[in-house]
Design a protein around this ligand. Sequence first.
Ligand SMILES: Cc1ncc(COP(=O)(O)O)c(C=O)c1O
Ligand SMILES: N[C@@H](CCSC[C@H](N)C(=O)O)C(=O)O
Length: 404
Amino acid sequence: MAERFPPSPAPTSPRNEKRYALDTEVVSTENNDQYSASSAPLYQTATFKGMGEYDYTRSGNPTRTYLERHMAKIMNASRALAVTTGMGSLDVITRMLKPGDHVVTGDDLYGGSNRLLNYLRTTNNVVVHHVDTTNVETVKSALAEKPAMVLLESPTNPLIKIAPLKEISEAAHAANSNCVVVVDNTMMSPMLQNPLDLGADIVYESATKYLSGHHDLMAGIIAVNDSKLAEQLYFYINSTGCGLAPFDCWLLMRGVKTLAVRIEKQQRNSQLVAEMLESYGFSVNYPGLKSHPQYDLHWSQARGAGAVLSFETGSVELSERIIEQTRLWGISVSFGCVNSLISMPCKMSHASIDPETRKARALPEDLIRLCVGIENPNDLLDDLTLALMKAGAVVYSDGTWRRP
Ligand SMILES: Cc1ncc(COP(=O)(O)O)c(C=O)c1O
Ligand SMILES: N[C@@H](CCSC[C@H](N)C(=O)O)C(=O)O
């Protein structure tokens, strides 16, 4: 297990130097390229000659190290590791589990994560408890099993429920000092939330989403502060060969530099969309709305509401008609892209959760999820209103739009 970390020839701003605001840090990178290239070079190579710092790209590559150092900096971590996808991150992390181990996780979480946990439950004898992570008492009851791992999303995908990250992390460590608290921070990105600062041991993100921002690559980033954990995770990555390829590292490095401006615009647009839908009479799940049941909790641990929201329409057929009528809102899975997307989780991102389980977990079949991009807000609002009207979900009367 005592693997040597591939060293970096190109350290970015070390943690002990002056820290700037995050929107400055995200664009500030340094490298010691021999020609002082402004953009760090792409080492598109599988092998390295001689007995130097790097030998083989599966084990380490300067472009990957450069990205990992930058990500560690913006995720408030001492070590970040770049892998092929967000699911690749969870795969690496759950390799720590042994048969008989207990995992406590949410009753609302990304369908792919649910699928992987289900696989571990049925093939590796891992015991998985899906509980309402908004309720600390419910989580504490499950912690009586002394879980080896707690896996949290906040906000959850797609119901946008909020988990008290600090309180759960403390309770999990009190129940089992070896418990590894893992937070999937994909919905927030490091711009809006830093779970390591709230007591989590491991944070990961699907970099396919906000970190890259353009839906042109797949990647996952894992971040930790504990060097032993880092070593263990690096061991799995090198052993299984899921480190991110150099070109994708390079692309992700380019994408992440605009994270702050993208998120700012996406959030501003999201707030307008959420307020508009609420004014039409829909019940909207978005922590930027005062009506969100955990509004205060969310703002106590995050710096923004994010750009994903969901709402119900009352019927699956109506939801289908709505999504088919939009022009600007692309019907697509995923989120975090500069373009606005619309989807029905039960038929798309969460279709791998069987209908009985979806029902038991109160995941509404008619739920529509909106992932808001950086377009002009008036165009987004108009397009959505037109689609709602054409689908028969809203009518215009007495100078206002409302549900019929
Ligand atoms: C919250 C969340 N975590 C993880 C993932 C997995 O990421 P990837 O698609 O990059 O494997 C997704 C979506 O795919 C997601 O929505
Ligand atoms: N067919 C895919 C679905 C990917 S969903 C992507 C994203 N996390 C989202 O929430 O939209 C699969 O089976 O994994």
